[in-house]
Design a protein around this ligand. Structure first.
Ligand code: PSU
Ligand code: MN
Length: 304
């Protein structure tokens, strides 16, 4: 069954108006209920307030959808049977008629195929700290090496091995730029301490880079725009390090692996920081969504 692009999104794309894709795994598996539904609605509104059309991506009853209506968004947020779908899961999910939330990899694939150029999320997946034993590297990275979409994120999740993830992005040829920063953001934290090679300072500058890439012949990998959470809204770094260390130990004890690792650690942090990590996560996502709308607008406008 072909991907269903909502009428509103289809029209906007046809008319060259700005569209921002949003992923749904963060809604179904990255945030606690019932707050997740309110956030899903808020993120779509933030895209609209920025002058762009939101296109939340998910699989509903075996149909891949780009742009959800209210009932579909509610189902993704509330139904505990909603599965987590990376790009490799899309075909079996469609064939089996299941309902699932799309990760960065599946969202980028579907959004790019629909002709959407800008995508906002919280933090990318990447190389896990337990990589030596588990070989766990998010499928996000390899997929981002294949599609020419611009992804606005607060870096990669700090539960990961950040230097190893940056190295993989380099190897895979994914372009990474810091937005208003020369250091790579740390998701819950303003900075991961790792340097980035390029810094851009306005939506217009990002749009210029997108156009330069078009001129070189797209698609050839994603453009990652790493947008730090403001310092006033970051998680206390000492608390972050302390709680994460305990969460990683518990992960090992419980033998959690595969797709369950990321949701387990995000939830562990939320619980053991009394919700402070959740607030930092939300601040990061909000900032990314707002910036993505401005980038989509600058790109659609075609000039600086
Ligand atoms: N960013 C968030 N919360 C999330 C995720 C990203 O703020 O829940 C999700 C994204 O969908 C990302 C996924 O693609 O986590 C990575 O999971 P994994 O490590 O299993 O590939
Ligand atoms: Mn993983």
């Amino acid at each position: 069954m072909p991907t269903q692009v909502s009428e509103e999104v289809r029209e906007a794309l046809h008319e060259g108006r700005p569209v921002v894709a949003l992923e749904s795994t963060i809604i179904a598996h990255g945030l606690p209920r019932p707050r997740n539904l309110a956030v899903a609605v808020e993120l779509e509104e933030a895209v609209r307030a920025g002058g762009a059309v939101p296109a939340t991506v998910a699989v509903v009853d075996g149909t891949a959808r780009v742009g959800l209506d209210g009932a579909q968004l509610t189902r993704i947020a509330q139904d505990p049977a909603v599965r987590k779908l990376g790009h490799r899961d899309l075909a079996p999910a469609l064939a089996a008629g299941v309902t699932g939330a799309t990760t960065v990899s599946a969202t980028a694939l579907l959004a790019d195929a629909a002709g959407i150029r800008v995508f906002a999320t919280g933090g990318l997946g990447g190389v896990h700290r337990e990589w030596r034993e588990t070989q766990d590297e998010s499928a996000d990275l390899r997929l981002l090496a294949r599609v020419g979409i611009t992804v606005v994120c607060a870096g990669v999740k700090s539960i990961l091995d950040v230097p190893a993830t940056l190295q993989r992005l380099e190897t895979l040829g994914v372009t990474v730029v810091g937005y208003g920063t020369a250091t790579f953001p740390g998701f819950y934290l303003t900075s991961s301490g790792e340097p980035v090679d390029w810094t851009l300072r306005s939506p217009g500058e990002v749009a210029e880079v997108m156009r330069a890439r078009d001129g070189l012949g797209a698609p050839w990998s994603a453009l990652v725009v790493a947008n730090p959470v403001p310092e006033a809204e970051q998680l206390d770094p000492a608390l972050h390090d302390r709680v994460l260390a305990r969460g990683l130990a518990e992960l090992k004890e419980k033998g959690v692996t595969g797709q369950a690792v990321t949701p387990f650690l995000l939830e562990y942090l939320t619980t053991h920081t009394d919700g402070a990590s959740l607030e930092a996560n939300l601040a990061a996502v909000r900032g990314n969504v707002r910036l993505a709308a401005r980038i989509a607008e600058a790109y659609a406008a075609g000039g600086r």
